[in-house]
Design a protein around this ligand. Structure first.
Ligand code: C2E
Ligand code: MG
Ligand code: MG
Ligand code: MG
Length: 278
């Protein structure tokens, strides 16, 4: 009967909610140890130019769980954001990124940058200007080698206060990448007020669509606009040669995606891509 159906469905949702809560508690309970035990790993995904030359890499966290294997960010980032803990993870990963940059510098590979992700929540827990200034001081780095990725949701609330922080960071020489551009609700509006140095085109524009011609028109116009604003564009999520070719025809100069490389461990990255400055 309908009543049975409804009851079964309610039981199903209750069960799902319980499972979510159990998962949340598990993640929250394990975070501190994971940081201490170095189970949070900075994976690196190359960002390349039109000729496939690597200019830098994005740092993407992976959680190597001793029993469960590799956990992807989609499984825990939102849990940490919701519970005020993301800043703990982020500060750890940013420092790991600085340690990598420092070791590259010492070995003569200071021509590459790393881009780290910043959660919109981070702004509420620490003074990001202070945090990043201390980091580059401690590891004797040049600010331009540490790029900061923010999404438009960063400036959804308390815009003035956050703009202040972002502008101070830019004045200190950090480059700001606007992540996931075009996927949100106010990307264009934001570009008007928020000074960014690099625009990362979201991969939504490359997804299968019933209307590929329309997608291309929009892409072309975003790239044209960025050029007029003198902001370089990185296309995210490029998976095929065809995508790379039409995007570079449109004037996009940088790429990040499986077509070139997946995010990989530091060891693998260094083995494959660390090439000395001539
Ligand atoms: P994001 O910053 O937009 O990073 C790009 C995501 O796209 C990564 O997923 C990357 O693995 C994936 N990707 C790259 N190329 C391709 C491609 O060609 N095809 C497809 N299908 N996917 C591709 P990942 O590593 O799972 O990270 C997901 C999101 O989690 C990131 O999106 C970022 O928002 C967040 N995240 C990752 N690491 C951190 C971190 O250390 N701190 C914070 N706050 N967020 C992080
Ligand atoms: Mg990113
Ligand atoms: Mg992105
Ligand atoms: Mg994203």
């Amino acid at each position: 009967s309908i009543k049975d159906d409804v009851n079964i469905r309610i039981a199903y949702y209750e069960n799902e909610m319980r499972e979510d809560l159990v998962w949340e508690q598990k993640i929250l309970g394990e975070l501190e140890d994971a940081i201490k035990e170095k189970h949070l790993l900075p994976y690196l995904q190359p960002q390349v130019d039109v000729d496939g030359k690597i200019e830098g890499a994005e740092v993407l966290v992976r959680w190597r769980h001793p029993q469960e294997g590799l956990r992807m960010p989609g499984k825990f980032i939102n849990v940490l954001e919701k519970n005020g803990k993301i800043v703990n993870l982020d500060m750890y990963i940013w420092e790991e990124a600085c340690i990598i940059l420092k070791s590259w510098k010492e070995r003569g590979f200071d021509n590459m940058y790393l881009s780290v992700n910043i959660s919109p929540k981070d702004f509420y827990y620490v003074d990001l200007y202070e945090v990043f200034m201390k980091l580059i001081e401690k590891y004797e780095l040049d600010a331009k080698n540490l790029r900061l990725e923010i999404t438009e949701s960063v400036v959804m609330n308390d815009i003035e206060q956050k703009l202040l922080v972002i502008n101070k960071l830019r004045s200190a020489g950090f480059l700001i990448e606007m992540d996931d551009f075009g996927s949100g609700y106010s990307s264009l509006n934001l570009l008007k007020d928020l000074p960014v140095d690099i625009l990362k085109l979201d991969m939504v524009f490359l997804k299968e669509t019933r209307n590929p011609e329309r997608a291309k028109i929009i892409l072309q116009e975003i790239i044209n606009m960025a050029r007029k604003l003198i902001i370089p564009v990185i296309s995210e999520g490029v998976e095929t040669e065809e995508q790379v070719s039409f995007l570079s025809d449109m004037g996009c100069g940088m790429f990040q995606g499986y077509y070139f490389a997946k995010p990989i461990s530091l060891e693998e990255f260094e083995e494959k891509y660390l090439v000395k400055n001539e």
